[in-house]
Design a protein around this ligand. Structure first.
Ligand SMILES: Cc1cc2nc3c(=O)[nH]c(=O)nc-3n(C[C@H](O)[C@H](O)[C@H](O)COP(=O)(O)O)c2cc1C
Length: 204
């Protein structure tokens, strides 16, 4: 990264954005609740058309992760043709255990405003910008995180099972904790060269 002429703050921000990675292998140590609250608060500063503040969070730790896993399992059961088949039982066990892979699970929902002139797309865009703030803040304070989804986020029953309003959309499950010292970060997927993504017009 070319940092020539940039302030130390600018370099720190750009480095955080560039160096943040998804880390799924975490230790079992649960971060302090205040630290988790602090990183969640950064979502409040995401850009948000009409200031609807549509983001909602359910933050699970300890045994609450087991109950959360049961919601995921019930969702899987609704999708399975034969939930009692041996392969289904194995898939259900695996789904039920998913939230135990991190000491903290932040379930992020967008509860769209029903004010006129507010579009669902923009509400979800604001929520996603909030999640990126949360991921960057986690990286900045030494936590590790990964944003996950899966078929359960498209299950209409799941938002209410997690206590969100029925109109909500689950946009992600953020798995949060401290990085396991043995974690291996996958090589970065190739980024498209900017000539493939950006057109410049009117520049001298
Ligand atoms: C909407 C969304 C859903 C995602 N769902 C998953 C997921 O289900 N499982 C997973 O391992 N990673 C998931 N990711 C994380 C991406 O795989 C990850 O960001 C990508 O591989 C780039 O890696 P990086 O975050 O380390 O740069 C998701 C990311 C986004 C934005």
């Amino acid at each position: 990264m070319d940092t020539k002429g940039l302030s130390a703050t600018a370099v720190a921000v750009l480095e955080a954005i560039t160096n943040r990675r998804s880390i799924g292998r975490l230790t079992s140590e649960c971060p302090d609740q205040h630290l988790v609250e602090r990183v969640i608060q950064t979502t409040l500063f995401a850009p948000n058309h009409r200031h609807t503040q549509p983001w909602r969070f359910l933050v699970l730790a300890g045994d609450a992760r087991i109950r959360g896993g049961e919601v995921l399992e019930r969702s899987l059961v609704r999708r399975l043709e034969d939930p009692e088949a041996p392969s289904s039982l194995e898939a259900r066990r695996s789904e039920r255990a998913k939230f135990l892979r991190a000491p903290v699970i932040i379930i992020v929902a967008v509860e769209p405003s029903n004010e006129p002139n507010v579009s669902l797309d923009e509400e979800i865009a604001a929520g996603a910008a909030g999640v990126q703030n949360l991921l960057l803040a986690s990286h900045a304070v030494g936590l590790a995180a990964v944003w996950r989804t899966g078929d359960s986020v498209r299950d209409e029953v799941v938002p209410t099972e997690f206590g969100f309003a029925q109109s909500s959309v689950i946009i992600g499950y953020v798995y949060l904790g401290y990085p396991d010292p043995g974690h291996v970060v996958k090589p970065r997927p190739n980024r498209l060269p900017s000539k493939n993504t950006t057109r410049w017009e009117g520049w001298k």
